[in-house]
Design a protein around this ligand. Structure first.
Ligand code: NDP
Ligand code: X2W
Length: 345
């Protein structure tokens, strides 16, 4: 297949380049830019020298529709709202890594993103691309809204307990930590080296744009779920997210019952790995891979369950999951091009 990337010079784009290079069904990758027309991709990313040789092209719908079968948008908010509908109408599939099409209610999007929403008619056409829980819809989608990085770790961690209604719905607290690549490639006063080295920060307290995304999906799974507490933190590392999630169990559970529930629900999911009793995942154990690793504990003293869910934010949290969706949409084996052993140490 021929695929296009809009936003190839960003971090999501760079990870798409890495993963698509070894995808057996991708013969051609076309790179589009909003600001660097004619520049060779190697000028932006010397690490792809000798692998990708091409120049960046301007974003032109007439050529996109004849040049590629699928377009990945690894672009900031607002771009997908502008282009996805027109691209999909012209023919190519669209996989949008941004948050533009994730929130169903335009008013909620506008409240949290502080910008105008995409039209409701476009949002209605987009399918939320969390394959483990939405595979059937993804198979028939023309436009995929790829989940946010924090929601991916959080939702995969919470799904078995929420879906089996084993927790006190009022009790959900999500404490999430991310490496700085989650903020993208553009320099920022919050994430540059001297701000983040030897530092650990909480940010956007009770205001993060992933809160409505997490709530929307949890409420689809169980309408009784109220609003949740979610706080993101920045950690001095490049890749990785750890979501540590605290919930109160409705009844006493043994460690074995808890683990069996997760192992049962994820039995056929190649990218979700459940740790054994007493083992908890670290971000390095999924580094560079499409895995989501989950550790669990039930505290008999408090009746609380702790769920530890880790992903690589640029792989399972963005470009890897986007390719997983691409595989499902096109009838390829879901792990095609994604059989990556985490890089360790
Ligand atoms: N980094 C991560 O871990 C994750 C990122 N995401 C989301 O994926 C998207 C991309 O993120 P990331 O790669 O980190 O971001 P970056 O800031 O690193 O890159 C974004 C790219 O978008 C392009 N761009 C900027 N403005 C426009 C425009 N007006 N029209 C078209 N293209 C534009 C730029 O390329 P050029 O100037 O060449 O056009 C730029 O390189 C974002 O929405 C982000 O929130 C989602 C999950 C995780
Ligand atoms: C560390 C960091 O800054 N992370 C980003 C999340 C990246 C992401 O998933 O953003 P989208 O929802 O736009 O896809 C943030 O907190 O905004």
């Amino acid at each position: 297949m021929r695929v296009g990337i809009i936003g190839a010079t960003g971090y999501g784009g760079a990870e798409l380049l890495r993963l698509l290079h070894q995808h057996p069904h991708v013969q051609e990758v076309v790179l589009y830019t909003s600001s660097k027309e004619g520049m060779n991709i190697q000028e932006s990313y010397p690490h792809v020298s000798g692998i990708y040789e091409q120049n960046l092209q301007s974003i032109d719908l007439t050529s996109i529709k004849t040049e590629v079968d699928t377009v990945f948008l690894a672009t900031p908010p607002g771009v997908s709202a502008e282009f996805s509908g027109a691209i999909a109408e012209a023919g190519p599939q669209v996989i949008d890594l941004s948050g533009d099409l994730r929130i169903r209610d335009p008013k909620v999007y506008e409240e949290w993103y502080k910008r105008q929403s995409a039209p409701a008619s476009l949002i209605d056409k987009a399918v939320y691309g969390l394959p483990e829980w939405n595979r059937e819809e993804i198979k028939h989608a023309r436009i995929i809204s790829n989940p946010g990085c924090y929601p991916t770790a959080t939702l995969l961690g919470l799904a078995p307990l929420v879906k089996s209604q084993l927790i006190d719905v009022e009790s959900i607290i999500i404490d999430a930590k991310s490496g700085t690549s989650g903020a993208g490639r553009s320099p920022s006063a919050i994430t540059h080296f001297s701000e983040m080295n030897e530092n650990f920060k909480i940010y956007q307290i009770n205001q993060h744009k992933h809160i409505p995304e997490i709530e929307q999906i949890l409420k689809e799974w169980d309408e009784l779920i109220p609003n949740v507490t979610f706080q993101p933190h920045l950690v001095p590392m490049v890749r990785g997210i750890m979501a540590t999630i605290y919930v109160k169990a409705k009844k006493k559970l043994s460690e074995k019952e808890l683990r069996d529930l997760y192992k049962g629900m994820y039995a056929n999911e190649g990218f979700v790995r459940i740790r054994e009793e007493g083992q908890y995942p670290a971000t390095k154990e999924v580094y560079g891979s499409n895995y989501c690793d989950i550790g669990l504990s039930y505290d008999v003293r408090t009746g609380r369950i702790t769920i530890v869910s880790v992903i690589d934010n640029v792989v399972k949290g963005a470009s890897g999951q986007a390719i997983q969706n691409f595989n499902i949409m096109n009838g390829f084996e879901e792990n095609t091009g994604l059989q990556l052993v985490p890089m360790y140490p």
